[in-house]
Design a protein around this ligand. Structure first.
Ligand code: C2E
Ligand code: CA
Ligand code: CA
Ligand code: CA
Length: 275
C-alpha cells in the first residue's frame, strides 16, 4: 500500500508534504537558535526633527541561519508566534536590546517591538522589569512598540497592560499607524506616547498627490491628544521636506541609515557627536 501511495502521489500532496516538512524543520532550527543564543540585533536610528538630534534606535531582530543566511523577521516571526516560541525570542530581544543600549550615551533610548502574544501575556510587566534590572537601563530609556493587533478584545485588559508598562516609566508607541482598523476612539482611550505613521503613507508622498493632507491630519490629531508622531520608511529628501512642513516630529528610514549591527551603531553615534 505504501509503495502504491508513493507512486500515486498527487503533485499538490507532495508539495504540501514538502511545505509541512520545511515548517517543522524551521521550527526545530528556531528552537536550536533559542537554545544556542543564535539571534542578532540590528538597530536603526530615530531622529527628532524638532530637536535636531538622534533620540533612539529601534532594535530589529535577525536570525543568522546556518544554511539560509541572514533570515529577516518577516520570515520567522509569524512561525514564532504560531508556535509560541516568540515568548522566548522576545525575552532575549528585550534583554539584549537593554544590555546594548546601556553602552550608548544618555539620553539615547532603545525601541523594542512586542508581538501581540507578548503584549497580551500576564508575564509581560515582570519580564520587562527583569530586563531593565539585569541591564541597569533606566526605564525612561526604553520604548516598546505595539501594533493594534495587540489590543485585547476588551478595553480594560489593554488599558491595564498599558498602564502597567507606563507605571514602570516605559514609553509606548503605536506602530504601523494607519494600516489597520484603529478607531479614533482608541487613540483617545489608550495613553500612547507616540504614533509611528506607517511607511506606506510616507512612500505615497508625491509632489502632486494628497498624501501630505493625510500626514497633516494625523499630526494635527496627535498634537491635540498630546501624542508624538514619527514617520517611518523615509527614503527621500523630498519626503523629509513634506514631513517637516506637516509637523511630524521624528523620522526613521534609509535616508538616515539602514539598520546596523552593534559596532556600526557605536561608530554612527560617534560620527553624530563629532558634527
Ligand atoms: P516594523 O516594526 O514596522 O519595522 C520597520 C521595518 O521597515 C524594518 O524591517 C526596517 O528594516 C524597515 N525599514 C526601515 N526603514 C526603511 C526604509 O526607509 N524603507 C523601507 N522600504 N524599509 C525600511 P525588518 O527589520 O525586516 O522588520 C520587519 C518587521 O518584523 C518589523 O516591522 C516588526 O514588525 C517585525 N520585527 C522586527 N524585529 C522584531 C522583534 O524583535 N520582535 C517582534 N515581535 N517583531 C519584530
Ligand atoms: Ca516597529
Ligand atoms: Ca512599523
Ligand atoms: Ca511593519
Amino acid at each position: 500500500a505504501k509503495q502504491q501511495g508513493k507512486a500515486g502521489h498527487h503533485f499538490f500532496e507532495t508539495a504540501l508534504d514538502e511545505r509541512a516538512r520545511m515548517r517543522r524543520q524551521l521550527e526545530l532550527d528556531l528552537r536550536a537558535a533559542i537554545r544556542d543564543g543564535g539571534f542578532a540585533l540590528h538597530f536603526q536610528p530615530l531622529y527628532s526633527l524638532s530637536e535636531e538630534r538622534l533620540t533612539a534606535f529601534e532594535a530589529l531582530v535577525r536570525w543568522p541561519h546556518p544554511t539560509l543566511g541572514l533570515v529577516a523577521p518577516g520570515d520567522f516571526i509569524p512561525l514564532a508566534e504560531e508556535t509560541g516560541l516568540i515568548m522566548q525570542i522576545g525575552e532575549w530581544v528585550m534583554r539584549e536590546a537593554c544590555r546594548q543600549a546601556m553602552a550608548w550615551p544618555e539620553p539615547l533610548s532603545v525601541a523594542v517591538n512586542l508581538s501581540a502574544k507578548q503584549f497580551l501575556s500576564p508575564a509581560l510587566p515582570a519580564m520587562v522589569v527583569h530586563a531593565l534590572a539585569a541591564s541597569g537601563l533606566p526605564p525612561q530609556r526604553l520604548e516598546v512598540e505595539i501594533t493594534e493587533s495587540a489590543f485585547a478584545a476588551n478595553v480594560e485588559k489593554t488599558l491595564e497592560t498599558l498602564h502597567a508598562l507606563q507605571g514602570l516609566g516605559v514609553r509606548i508607541t503605536l506602530d504601523d499607524f494607519g494600516t489597520g482598523y484603529t478607531s479614533l476612539g482608541h487613540l483617545r482611550l489608550f495613553p500612547f506616547n507616540k504614533l509611528k505613521i506607517d511607511q506606506s503613507f510616507v512612500q505615497d508622498i508625491a509632489p502632486t498627490g494628497n498624501a501630505h493632507a493625510v500626514i497633516r491630519a494625523i499630526t494635527t490629531l496627535a498634537d491635540a491628544l498630546g501624542i508624538e508622531t514619527l514617520a517611518e520608511g523615509v527614503e527621500e529628501p523630498s519626503q523629509l521636506a513634506v514631513l517637516r512642513r506637516e509637523g511630524c516630529q521624528q523620522i526613521q528610514g534609509y535616508l538616515l541609515s539602514r539598520p546596523m549591527d552593534g559596532a556600526e551603531v557605536r561608530a554612527f553615534i560617534d560620527d553624530q557627536r563629532a558634527r
